[in-house]
Design a protein around this ligand. Structure first.
Ligand code: ADP
Length: 161
């Protein structure tokens, strides 16, 4: 059985993430979307909130589950018998960091293969941070994030009546 992890901050999940998750789910028997809780990265949403938002979008994918870790991805993969890590690549700017991470993970856990999926042309410009900026400044983000993430962003970032 081929099990893979799709790790990220998902703060919050965007349509770009969901595109990668759906395509990865079609490639592996089981896919764990892994919310990484990196203390160095200040997030708007708690890990539990980020998990709930992703879960609200992947209910139709029976081989996908959502989890979180505050440890090493390579260690999580070893602990859960996952041999693949799937990452989306938006542009050359992603490549340097992702390549470095893939090589580090390979040393930490030689069983792991990192698979890069090219971002789809209609979401390759999307990032969670850009979505947060758009919502905070009153812009329309409905084409960039799923409805539950949009509502959560508005609840966090806009003054409530
Ligand atoms: P962000 O930069 O949006 O905070 P994350 O840290 O949550 O992203 O990213 C998790 C993974 O998803 C990374 O591999 C990242 O390259 C990928 N990813 C993020 N946004 C997109 C997108 N719009 N299209 C494809 N892949 C993406």
């Amino acid at each position: 059985m081929k099990k893979a992890i799709c790790p990220g901050s998902f703060d919050p999940v965007t349509n770009g993430h969901l595109d990668i998750i759906r395509r990865a789910a079609a490639m592996f028997d089981e896919l764990i979307v892994l919310v990484s809780c990196n203390a160095a990265k200040r997030c708007l949403f708690t890990p539990a909130e980020r998990i709930e938002l992703i879960q609200g979008c992947v209910g139709d994918l029976p081989n996908v589950r959502v989890d979180s870790t505050d440890g090493l991805i390579a260690q999580y993969a070893a602990d859960h018998s996952a041999t693949g890590i799937v990452k989306g690549l938006r542009a050359l700017s992603d490549f340097d960091y992702e390549f470095q991470q893939a090589l580090t993970n390979k040393v930490l856990n030689p069983e792991i293969e990192t698979v890069f999926l090219a971002a789809s042309s209609d979401s390759m410009f999307l990032s969670s941070s850009m979505c947060k900026q758009v919502v905070a400044l009153g812009g329309d983000c409905s084409r960039f994030v799923p409805p539950n993430a949009l509502a959560a962003l508005k609840a966090k970032l806009l003054p409530q009546p």
